[in-house]
Design a protein around this ligand. Structure first.
Ligand SMILES: [Ca+2]
Ligand SMILES: [Ca+2]
Length: 177
């Protein structure tokens, strides 16, 4: 990995998640982000899929706030965010990363898995990228890179590996939007 890319990508992530633009991350930002993603899929927040995304993202905020030492109603500044996530991505190892991000990626799969087989096929993936605002032209090559098993379906584990690889600078598609 190159540290510069990793640093840029954490900065992008911070800015994206600071939905209300006040320079710190708080619980409300993660609630708004859940609403944004669920809305982009044309689903309601009261659906099971909407509730799963809200729970996953507020759970992620609680993890970040706890690690930053600010408490569940606190706010996380950019330096705290960088330090928590550098540790999570580069120091703690894959098992911890997967434990923290799995609920979010499962919620993503829940939102775009139109045929309910627990995996994302090419068509579902294209709809997903569109919902999170990633250039559709990237969909096919990204799909092939993420589908490491090569069965034409993306599993939650393959998607988690892709999010890690994005932060390591090994993949250019940002699956968290
Ligand atoms: Ca904020
Ligand atoms: Ca599917």
């Amino acid at each position: 990995m190159t540290t510069a890319i990793a640093g840029d990508r954490l900065k992008q992530r911070f800015d994206k998640w600071d939905v209300n633009g006040d320079g710190v991350l708080e619980r409300a930002d993660f609630e708004r982000e859940a609403e944004r993603i669920v809305g982009a899929f044309g689903q309601s927040m009261s659906s099971a899929e909407g509730q799963a995304m809200l729970k996953a993202l507020t759970g992620l905020f609680e993890y970040e706030a706890n690690e930053a030492g600010v408490g569940p109603n606190g706010s996380i500044n950019e330096e705290q965010f960088r330090s928590v996530n550098e540790k999570l991505i580069f120091t703690d190892g894959e098992a911890t990363f997967n434990r923290v991000l799995r609920p979010v990626m499962k919620a993503v799969v829940g939102l775009c898995d139109s045929d309910h087989n627990g995996m994302i096929d090419q068509q579902e993936f294209a709809a997903y990228l569109q919902a999170i605002g990633v250039d559709r032209a990237q969909a096919q090559s990204a799909f092939q890179q993420i589908d490491t098993i090569g069965d034409g379906q993306l599993s939650v584990d393959e998607l988690l590996a892709a999010v890690r690889n994005f932060h390591f600078g090994k993949l250019d598609v940002n699956l968290l939007g």
